[in-house]
Design a binder for this molecule. Structure first.
Ligand SMILES: [Zn+2]
Length: 317
């Protein structure tokens, strides 16, 4: 009998998903195996044996500590069935451009738009994995502005625009993985830590001539500056980040109709990067699997405590 050993176990397609997760117990078991991939381990004493209480608490037979499968996860305290959550998770991860709160509410018959909106934000919070592998090789970096008509001038943080720094790996003529982060401003104090967090040392970082990148010379990177000239237009200087910038602008104008809630912009960007970085995944179900793994990883829970009702929409032109 197979004993909780899980190696990339996921439904490859929608048919398999529907067949597998049609009842609560199947969803519950799947969460269990993703939370404790090698079998139950007590978080307090590392003991491996438990008994299951009538309230579905896993009680360590050694120290009696109570573990709830969903405590500290995005499913914490939910009154909805897990199979509804799983369906939301499936649509969120497998649809090319994700799913809107309005559509999710309608498809699942959720009581309110707010519930659907909150669910999607919780799912977005699972798109970033702590300790994920850094970008490497040749990486383009530039800043863009979201919520404004033009890219505007650097350093002048126009009131209605938010600066976002973009890093894009070069893969031949195409783009590899990307990273996106909202920054307070475009000074070296913001840009260099972003680069150190997201790009492996020893990589070649390509930027334009902006002084915010000057201190990169002192770090463990090869810094290559590219300059726009009359013969070379803006798009062919750092083509990767310019492509990503145009895709993001289209996303916000199309999907979000130019309205961007500045408190949640980072989460939308995280979702976008998750989708972009997995666009060539062979099985759509693998993206679902990644989010389930993150959803039961309780460490990032604090980060997930999103402030609800604190909406400050940013209207783009
Ligand atoms: Zn214990």
């Amino acid at each position: 009998m197979k004993q909780f050993v899980i190696t990339e176990d996921f439904p490859e397609n929608e048919m398999e998903f529907d067949k597998r997760f049609s009842d609560e117990q199947a969803c519950y078991d799947y969460l269990f195996r993703n939370r404790w991939p090698t079998g139950f381990v007590c978080s307090r004493c590392r003991h491996a044996k438990y008994w299951l209480s009538s309230r579905k608490l896993f009680i360590c037979t050694n120290c009696q500590f109570h573990h709830s499968l969903t405590a500290g996860t995005i499913f914490h305290g939910t009154r909805k069935k897990l199979k509804l959550w799983f369906k939301a998770l499936w649509w969120f991860t497998t649809r090319k451009t994700g799913i809107s709160a309005m559509t999710l509410k309608a498809l699942l018959g959720l009581g309110s738009y707010d519930t659907a909106w909150t669910w999607l934000h919780k799912l977005r919070s699972c798109t970033i994995r702590d300790g994920r592998e850094k970008l490497s090789g040749m990486v383009e970096v530039d800043e863009i502005y979201v919520g404004g008509r033009h890219s505007g001038k650097r350093g002048r943080g126009a009131e209605n625009k938010l600066a976002v720094v973009v890093a894009a790996e070069k893969h031949g003529k195409g783009i590899g993985r990307i990273r996106l982060q909202v920054v307070e401003n475009c000074s070296g104090n913001e840009l260099v830590p972003f680069i150190k967090t997201n790009i492996a040392s020893g990589s070649t970082v390509m930027t334009d001539g902006w002084k915010g990148y000057n201190s990169l010379e002192k770090e463990d990177y090869r810094h290559q500056q590219v300059f726009q000239t009359k013969a070379v237009n803006k798009e062919s200087v750092l083509p990767g980040v310019h492509l990503v910038a145009s895709l993001i602008k289209r996303l916000f104008l199309g999907t979000y109709h130019g309205r961007m809630d500045r408190n949640h912009l980072q989460r939308y960007l995280d979702e976008y990067a998750f989708r972009f970085n997995r666009k060539n995944t062979k099985f759509v179900g693998k993206r679902f699997y990644r989010i389930v793994q993150q959803s039961v990883n309780s460490i990032p829970f604090i980060r997930r405590n999103i402030i609800l009702g604190n909406i400050n929409p940013l209207v783009a032109n």
